[in-house]
Design a protein around this ligand. Structure first.
Ligand code: ATP
Ligand code: MG
Length: 237
């Protein structure tokens, strides 16, 4: 019998510790591997360290100790010149959206692929398609300041997925949304996942976590462990 194809490691965390300067320990010992094609919900109480962990993964924050590799890059020795290439393959959705206030929403989304080399008109066409999907087709020329928090969040999602990243790191991408819109965005994340993107999605939304058969990464007491939803356990039994 043929051995199954080995999965490619996308994220590797080895004995990661994080202490903020104020002396607070966020991670005392985190080790975990995430493989190409995985989809995880990242859960844990407020303050458990979800945002901190995602920041470590896109190298906005350096852990106090331990080893972190993403796409095989050891992040502690990532050089400035490697940075753009490294980040180009990651779609980021920030908890506070971080749209560019001086650009219209279509340009906020289009810029993400335009800077990777796609022609402006083509970038805009993709951006419009996605903004239509997230229900913002009538707001293309609006600026972020004139949108509600939920609308801004949908722009941030469109911006992150438009470049079809190899890895999507999403920090509370549905935090400001009603459940109808939250589930609609989940359909978008699932579509991206089907096309090969590895997804780590931090959320407090229990209905979302329970509504989909993806395993959870649970942050608790400074460590990280995985849990499988009951539904999956039943199917496996
Ligand atoms: N820049 C910082 N300096 C000092 N402490 C920080 C900093 N950022 C976060 N913390 C602390 O680290 C801990 C983890 O914060 P983090 O934002 O990662 O939690 P979280 O799980 O994302 O919470 P939430 O669900 O509320 O978004 C918290 O106790 C927080 O106070
Ligand atoms: Mg957070």
């Amino acid at each position: 019998m043929l051995a199954s194809k080995p999965q490619k490691e996308i994220i590797s965390l080895e004995r990661v510790q994080l202490h903020y300067q104020e002396g607070k320990t966020v991670f005392s010992d985190v080790s975990y591997n995430i493989y190409s094609g995985d989809f995880y919900f990242l859960v844990g109480k407020s303050g458990a360290g979800k945002t901190s962990l995602l920041k470590i993964l896109y190298r906005a924050l350096r852990p106090t100790s331990g080893r972190v590799c993403v796409f095989g890059y050891p992040l502690d020795s990532l050089s400035r010149s490697d940075f753009p290439v490294f980040r180009q393959h990651i779609g980021l959705i920030f908890q506070d959206c971080r749209l560019i206030p001086t650009l219209s929403i279509v340009d906020n989304v289009a810029l993400s692929i335009h800077i990777s080399g796609s022609k402006y008109t083509r970038s805009c066409a993709y951006a419009k398609e996605l903004l239509d999907w997230v229900g913002l087709a009538d707001f293309l020329d609006y600026f972020p300041d004139s949108l509600s928090d939920g609308q801004k969040q949908r722009v941030a999602v469109a911006r992150a997925v438009v470049k079809r990243p190899a890895l999507l790191l999403a920090d509370e991408p549905t935090g400001n949304l009603d459940n109808e819109n939250a589930f609609r965005l989940m359909a978008l994340f699932e579509e991206l996942h089907r096309m090969g993107t590895t997804v780590v999605l931090a959320t407090h939304n229990n209905e979302l976590v329970q509504g989909f058969p993806y395993p959870r990464l649970i942050l608790q007491d400074g460590t990280l462990f995985s849990g499988i939803p009951d539904e999956l356990n039943k199917k496996k039994a």
